[in-house]
Design a protein around this ligand. Structure first.
Ligand code: BES
Ligand code: ZN
Length: 400
């Protein structure tokens, strides 16, 4: 939320400061490279203009002068009624990198490597019946009992140690499952990973962030139970893992559970992991993000976020809900910005989805405060249980 406001403000400030430079100095012909939506670039420049350097899908790089910059910002404000929507870069390289990033994100929204047909009805139904609300509830209670799970605090390290031990305990009887720390070089909190090795190294990823924050100052000491954001997602994943292990499920593909570090400070843990997987050339069939699963605020039980996500996989998940979760309703919604770890995977070109607890306007209003407790969800994990069942259906059907 804050970030997007900040971005807008920075955009406006940039316009103001460049405008000042222009009026103060007659200036040597200065070049600015700007990325902007095609709609805006075509509105501002004529067809014959040679200012458009490169275009991909909806994004354009233009090479302009400070005068042009003024023209664009004026147009954006007056006619398009917006402040942002374009970004200035110091060099052509930087502008092209932004264009590339955009192309990769567009690719991730539409790529489909997976077979989304349903053919595991019996297995799915048997597993769904094994998921238990009480287990999810108990994990939420435990995780939210740490003072906070901040990425730099002692309790934020201890909570990840607890999760590591918990996942090790759950998977102890299986020698085809590895539970380990994915370490990050720039901060102390680890991402915790549980990997069920399949016949194939192709991966299905179920993830969510384990860290929590409250307030802006003194975060290392602040009380941040993060029961919904996001003990709920971690507890949901943990129950999915337990059900698969206890039933003796042996996957075809490799199933990866990831409890990310440092999401609340800029998606850092997932960004690091997604970049590593990309560098290792991993084949990833799908990524399911579980972030906030236990506050029922909307008429729809599950809201599929359509931004920074893969359209085909979103439809697949909706079909899974219709097929396997009778009485559970779903709808589409939007975050409006890169609001959680699914965006890290999308940015690296991998298909990701983010089924959310409610429409954004109806979500848990207590997140990022000391009031994000299980009491806000009637001391139950009934809503999260629907997500555990959905995730089980997702893993089993995508695996086959
Ligand atoms: N759980 C939220 C994500 C979220 C917020 C989803 C609102 C849907 C609606 C996440 O932990 C979070 O707080 N994200 C940050 C952005 C992130 C890049 C630091 C946010 O939304 O401000
Ligand atoms: Zn959050």
């Amino acid at each position: 939320m804050f970030k997007s406001i900040l971005r807008t403000l920075v955009g406006c400030y940039l316009v103001a400061s460049l405008t000042q430079t222009v009026s103060a100095a007659p200036a040597p012909a200065q070049k600015i490279f700007v990325t902007m939506g095609k709609d805006l670039s075509h509105h501002v420049f004529t067809e014959k203009s040679n200012k458009i350097v490169s275009t991909h899908d909806d994004l354009t790089v233009v090479e302009i002068t400070p005068e042009d910059f003024e023209k664009i910002s004026h147009s954006a404000h007056e006619e398009f009624n917006r402040c942002g929507g374009f970004m200035a870069h110091n060099s052509l390289e930087e502008a092209m990198a932004e264009l590339d990033g955009n192309a990769t994100r567009e690719f991730a929204k539409n790529v489909s490597l997976a077979d989304y047909s349903l053919n595991q009805a019996n297995t799915v139904k048997a597993h769904i019946g094994e998921a238990k609300e009480i287990n999810i509830r108990n994990t939420i209670i435990k995780l939210s009992s740490f003072r906070n799970r901040y990425y730099k605090s002692q309790t934020g390290l201890e909570s990840q140690e607890w999760l590591l031990e918990q996942w090790k305990r759950i998977t102890a009887k299986r020698n085809d499952i590895k539970v380990y720390k994915f370490k990050h070089t720039d901060w102390p909190q680890d991402t915790i990973v549980a990997e069920i090795e399949g016949a194939s190294s192709e991966k299905i990823i179920v993830g969510g962030h384990a860290d929590s924050v409250a307030g802006w100052w003194g975060r290392e000491r602040a009380h941040a139970p993060g029961a919904d954001d996001n003990a709920s997602g971690i507890a949901t994943m943990t129950e999915v893992l337990r059900v698969l292990v206890d039933s003796g499920y042996k996957p075809q593909k490799t199933i990866v559970f990831a409890a990310y570090a440092a999401e609340e400070v800029g998606l850092l843990g997932s960004k690091d992991m997604a970049k590593t997987y990309k560098a290792q050339n991993e084949t990833i069939l799908g990524v399911l993000q579980l972030d906030m699963t236990n506050f029922q605020g909307s008429e729809q039980d599950i809201v599929m976020m359509t931004d920074y996500t893969n359209e085909g996989q979103n439809k697949f998940i909706a079909t899974l809900i219709d097929t396997y979760l009778p009485g559970v309703s779903w709808g589409y919604g939007k975050c409006g910005y890169a609001c959680s770890d699914h965006a890290s995977w999308t940015s690296q070109g991998f298909p990701a989805s983010m089924p959310f607890e409610a429409k954004k306007n109806d979500m848990n209003p207590h997140i990022h405060t000391s009031r994000d407790t299980l009491a806000q969800s009637d001391n139950h994990a009934k809503h999260a249980l629907k997500f555990a069942k959905m995730a089980l259906a997702y893993v089993i059907e995508l695996d086959n």
